[in-house]
Design a binder for this molecule. Structure first.
Ligand code: APR
Length: 251
């Protein structure tokens, strides 16, 4: 990774309130595949856009349920990386807003202000919306064959099918999530955008709001994205290598 601009380091190390918007690239080095990089294995034959939709749920609940269960169970094998830990340990106010549905930020010690697209570990009844405790289900090992189909459980209260607590394309964000994220951007004197292609709204607009207010925006991503033109600084590097350097305590 190239040396970082001293002015950038001064900015990232001295900012009083840092709001961080993370995407799938933040979890990539922990072993959680991103959405738009070519996948591998059984589930790579579907794109998330094909499965993460109400239509997919209506047409093949077992397939959609099996995909989310497999993803939730694989989380047990992954660990937060140095970038997650650097965020969690940074002194001063750090607001974490994520598009990710894993719990890696929390496991590193960060409090997540908003999971804009929900969580793999939150399940609820698709009819009465009652939360469903998945601990039993998630304790089970991954099925031997990745493509084992499992039936979604029935809600003990109303018999409806239990669904993942993830926001599907076309669905509204969790109540209050976007407002909390917008407040965090409004409060920030630095916005870090880490590991997102900036293609999905409304999350992708958050850094633009900061830029519009003259708040410095720093992008951490190995490649250019839709947000790059709006960033004041771009760090062409992976999150696990860049964040510890960007957020180290001032000497
Ligand atoms: N460090 C930093 N960035 C990385 C790394 C890494 N190690 N590896 C990959 N990236 C970058 C990629 O270059 C890409 O720009 O992470 C980004 C991942 O982009 P997407 O796969 O599009 O994920 P994301 O932007 O989070 O998608 C947003 O789309 O599918 C929906 O709901 C889903 O939350 C998701 C949303």
């Amino acid at each position: 990774m190239e040396d970082l601009d001293p002015d950038l380091l001064d900015l990232t190390r001295s900012a009083r309130t840092v709001t961080v918007l993370t995407g799938a690239g933040m979890s990539a080095e922990s072993g959680v595949p991103t959405f738009r990089d070519p996948g591998t294995g059984w589930w790579a034959r579907w794109s998330p856009e094909e499965l993460a939709t109400p239509e997919a749920w209506e047409s093949d609940r077992e397939l959609v349920w099996s995909w989310y269960l497999w993803r939730a169970r694989t989380l047990r094998a992954v660990r937060p990386h140095a970038g997650h830990l650097a965020l969690a340990r940074r002194t001063g106010r750090v607001h974490v807003v994520t598009q990710n549905v894993d719990d890696l930020h929390e496991r590193a010690g960060s409090e997540v202000l908003a999971h804009l697209h929900g969580s793999l570990l939150a399940f609820r009844c698709s009819v009465c919306e009652r939360p469903w405790d998945a601990s039993e289900e998630l304790r089970l090992d991954l099925p031997a064959d990745e493509h084992a189909r499992e039936r979604p459980p029935e809600c003990p209260a109303c018999g409806g099918a239990v669904r993942p607590g993830v926001v599907w394309f076309g669905e509204p964000l969790p109540p209050g999530a976007l407002e909390r994220a917008a407040d965090a951007v409004a409060e920030a004197d630095l916005v870090l955008v880490v590991g997102t292609s900036g293609l999905v709204q409304p999350a992708a607009s958050l850094p633009l709001v900061a830029a519009g207010r003259g708040v410095p925006v720093v992008e951490v991503n190995p490649v250019d994205t839709a947000l790059t033109p709006h960033a004041d600084h771009t760090v062409r590097a992976r999150a696990a290598e860049a964040l510890p350097r960007l957020l180290a305590r001032r000497r």
